[in-house]
Write a protein that binds this ligand. Structure first.
Ligand SMILES: [Zn+2]
Length: 275
């Protein structure tokens, strides 16, 4: 379990690795990819690949933001199988107990992002936190037939306990911390924008899954709800990240998953590790 802390102006961004890094077959993940293009990308970004261009390294990084008076957790990770989890161990390592978390924000409905909200006994892990989801994602999750059982398990108890707040897709959830709707992976996937003292960071929902998508924004992962919308959203996000020099925090790329969008000597858009 790894942790990393980075300053964004006066805000502190804490990244906790919550899943072991594993190779996944890139050609299977990205229907538009070719091995030839993957090998080119691997030469430029070897750290996000394994042995060959077809071995993309996946993990999960979960972000927290600490301001002068609040702690905000972005997603709760996989369901807890016991009293502890890699996320809870990571919190301990950085001196945060679950009771200290003021806000839990859910970027989207997937089990690896909303799963760790309750203990195996059904008690809220972050007992004192406001739990927040943006309106489009919440409404579509609530009527998502394929995830009806999961909704009942992870979200209905939050609603019953009056712990869930549904907010506007562009709400400001704390000073310098606002939501940005980025549909495609799911219909209401929502990222978080940090702004402090001229510095900015996007804590991305699953808008991209690998640095190779910076070179190929049209490569949507096979799990995306809508491949075309996902590609369009990703292109707009990358363009803004480059223009405004926004640090990207990406959940499933090798730890800590922090990078900037920049240009190589030939003017091609590339991912540059920030750490
Ligand atoms: Zn995910």
């Amino acid at each position: 379990m790894n942790t990393h802390i980075q300053k964004i102006g006066k805000l502190e961004l804490i990244v906790i690795q919550t899943q072991d890094q594993e190779p996944v077959p890139a050609l299977e993940m990205f229907p538009n990819a070719t091995l030839e293009l993957l090998e080119v990308a691997r030469a430029a970004q070897p750290e996000s690949f394994g042995e060959t261009g077809n071995d993309l390294l996946f993990t999960q990084n979960i972000c927290l933001v600490r301001s002068s008076d609040q702690i905000i957790l972005i997603d709760t990770g996989l369901p807890l199988e016991s009293e502890t989890s890699p996320l809870l161990e990571g919190l301990k390592a950085v001196g945060i107990t679950p009771e200290h978390v003021n806000i839990v924000f859910f970027t989207h409905r997937d089990g690896d992002h909303v799963g760790g909200t309750f203990t195996p006994q059904g008690q809220p892990v972050y007992a004192n936190a406001r739990h927040i989801m943006a309106r489009t994602e919440y409404q579509d999750y609530a009527k998502d037939e394929a995830r009806a059982e999961q909704f009942q398990k992870f979200f209905a108890p939050l609603v019953r306990k009056n712990l869930l707040e549904v907010v506007a897709n562009d709400a400001i959830i704390a000073p310098g911390i606002s939501l940005v709707l980025m549909p495609g992976h799911r219909s209401g996937t929502t990222s978080v924008l940090l702004e402090s003292e001229g510095k900015k960071a996007f804590l991305l929902a699953d808008v991209m899954h690998a640095p190779v998508q910076v070179m190929h924004p049209d490569w949507s992962i096979k799990f995306d709800w809508n491949q075309e919308i996902a590609a369009k959203t990703r292109a707009v996000m990358l363009e803004r990240a480059e223009r405004e020099h926004i640090l990207l925090a990406v959940p499933h790329v090798p730890f800590p998953g922090l990078g900037f969008i920049t240009r190589d000597a030939n003017g091609a858009v590339i991912w540059q590790n920030a750490v």
